[in-house]
Design a protein. Structure first.
Ligand SMILES: Nc1ncnc2c1ncn2[C@@H]1O[C@H](COP(=O)(O)OP(=O)(O)OP(=O)(O)O)[C@@H](O)[C@H]1O
Ligand code: NI
Length: 325
């Protein structure tokens, strides 16, 4: 595996300022995120709904709304092109060089991505023309085959495609420029289990010597299928990260332990309670140190909380507040 990461996030934070009508509150959507994505890795970013996963992806792609600001670093360091500091890059650079070209995005639902009045072939061909300068029929069909689509299926309109096929078209669209980084945000929403598994497996196969995949999901089963690495997010913070087998096999953070306990083989025990409001995190951290404390019963086998919300490295793994015993 190549030594330098494709994507390198350091102390990356994203805040939303809510207007005066809301009493000028600040939403802490992402706090001090530290992540690395290397070629060959499928990094699953997991956590409950609303913890900040999609905002993190939007920030990397320069797609935050006007009431948001970010700080920290997110370095895209892929291929032979110049490095781009994603949080500081002007929109022209993000639009011309990053989105679609160096970072492919597989959206939550292909329906949001595909135009209803044009065939899949027309849309894929247009992406080829835009990103590669021409749309060679054989190349378009070769890409379709690569994602498991019969070229004949490209002549369908989006409403004629099953959810799984539409999502394959979306994966193909993300691959047109052969981007070194692929970000998939909840790519299996609305699909039934067998299709979830097939689309997830397809995304997993995209990680190779030159490419890494950031798979954003709250589907831990899907993550466990293909992830080589995992980052667990809770209330805007990555609370644990490391090689997937190690984190899933022996979670250190009580939140990771609880999440895994909510899986079928864990006996369907939902994590009790609710995550804190993201507008109150600063106060919570001042008071408790760790934002999970309010929801954190004594968990057997987990070290007591040391109140340190920042990730601390221990060899190949990192964890906040609960160093390994
Ligand atoms: N434009 C915005 N203004 C204010 N708050 C926002 C805005 N966009 C997102 N948020 C807040 O940021 C937080 C994180 O949202 P995000 O969509 O990243 O969650 P998520 O982890 O991706 O959840 P899900 O699994 O449901 O997609 C949420 O509390 C959300 O309400
Ligand atoms: Ni999301």
């Amino acid at each position: 595996m190549q030594q330098s990461p494709l994507l390198w996030l350091d102390d990356m934070s994203v805040r939303f300022e809510l207007g005066r009508s809301r009493g000028s509150e600040t939403v802490h959507a992402v706090t001090d995120a530290r992540l690395r994505l290397f070629p060959g890795q499928v990094l699953a970013l997991v956590g409950e709904s609303g913890c900040g996963k999609s905002v993190l992806a939007s920030a990397l792609l320069g797609l935050l709304p006007a009431n948001a600001w970010s700080r920290g670093r997110a370095l895209l360091s892929s291929g032979t092109d110049e490095d781009v500091e994603l949080l500081a890059a002007p929109e022209s650079v993000l639009a011309r060089e990053v989105r679609g070209r160096r970072v492919g995005l597989v959206p939550q639902s292909a329906a949001t991505h595909l135009t209803p009045v044009r065939t899949a072939r027309a849309q894929l061909s247009e992406a080829f023309r835009e990103l590669r300068g021409r749309a060679d029929r054989a190349e378009v069909e070769a890409l379709a085959r690569r994602v498991g689509l019969d070229p004949d299926e490209l002549d369908h309109y989006p409403h004629e495609l099953s959810g799984g096929m539409a999502q394959r078209v979306a994966v193909a669209s993300a691959l047109v420029a052969e981007p070194p980084v692929v970000i998939a945000d909840e790519p299996t929403t609305g699909l039934d289990r067998p299709l979830v598994e097939r689309v997830t497996d397809l995304l997993g196969e995209l990680a190779d010597r030159e490419r890494g995949v950031l798979l954003i999901t709250h589907d831990l089963d899907a993550a466990a299928r293909v992830a080589t690495h995992v980052a667990v997010m809770y209330a805007s913070r990555v609370v644990e990260s490391g090689p997937a087998a190690e984190v899933f096999g022996e979670p250190w953070h009580p939140y990771t332990k609880r999440l895994l306990g909510a899986l079928p083989e864990g006996g369907f025990q939902p994590v009790p309670g609710h995550p804190p409001a993201l507008t109150e995190l600063a106060e919570l951290e001042r008071e408790w140190g760790c934002v999970f404390c309010l929801r954190c019963p004594e968990t057997p086998g987990v070290a007591p909380c040391n109140g340190e919300p920042r990730l601390v490295e221990h060899g190949r793994r990192s964890v906040a507040a609960h160093p390994p015993c």
